[in-house]
Design a protein around this ligand. Structure first.
Ligand code: COA
Length: 183
């Protein structure tokens, strides 16, 4: 499906555009925003490649990746980056990722973003199961996914290799019927 778009009162999720590179770099290049993510801060060149690849992937058939910009409607600024990727090992399954620029954290945008992403995942893309994988130390992410209705299912041991060592991931998935019940 392309293009994908969804709005709430304060935010909009929309397809990425080439002009988004600097704003995405403010997130993926930030040591603070990526502290608990699976990768080190990206360079601007790497972010440009990610944005270019994501735009190309958006029109692939079948589409397996939905990388979207989070826009603050009042300012029209890109404040976040989210991603749904189909899970090759599970029918109608997808993994999700989300990150906001540090300056926009702490005012409820995290929960609003995840809810919008799950609306897209279940109502438009008709996934059955969506799951995230967070660092055990990522309390803001844990509370954000919990507030969006995701219930922690377990831990994948030594799931991510970062900064020279293996890290566990806590897995909070949500099923389509769970999302419908939460709505
Ligand atoms: C995770 C993230 C999206 C949360 O965004 P946010 O806009 O600050 O979150 P919200 O304001 O919607 O708050 C959601 C919950 O997190 C809690 N929270 C937010 N920041 C927190 C912090 N620094 N410490 C503890 N709890 C925090 C809020 O209190 C709220 O919990 P509650 O519903 O129990 O009150 C944001 O911190 C972020 O982008 N982090 C970097 C990327 C990342 O870690 N992504 C997740 C990968 S799994």
């Amino acid at each position: 499906m392309h293009p994908v778009e969804r709005s709430s009162i304060r935010l909009e999720l929309r397809e990425l555009a080439p002009d988004d590179v600097d704003a995405v770099f403010a997130i993926y290049g930030s040591a603070e925003a990526t502290e608990h993510l699976s990768f080190e801060p990206r360079s601007r060149d790497q972010v440009e490649q990610i944005v270019t690849r994501s735009i190309a992937a958006a029109t692939a058939t079948p589409r397996t990746e939905y990388a979207l910009a989070v826009i603050e409607r009042e300012t029209a600024e890109l404040i976040g980056f989210v991603r749904l990727a189909t899970d090759p090992h599970q029918q109608r399954g997808a993994t999700m990722g989300f990150a906001l620029r540090p300056a926009s954290c702490g005012v409820g945008y995290g929960v609003e973003t995840v809810k919008l992403l799950l609306d897209i995942a279940f109502e438009e893309l008709e996934f059955h199961r969506v799951w995230g994988a967070r660092s055990p130390l990522n309390t803001p992410s844990a509370r954000t996914m919990e507030a969006a209705g995701m219930v922690e299912e377990g831990t994948i041991r030594e799931h991510v290799f970062k900064a020279g060592k293996w890290r566990d991931s806590v897995v909070p998935p949500i099923l389509d019927r769970g999302w419908n019940a939460a709505r």
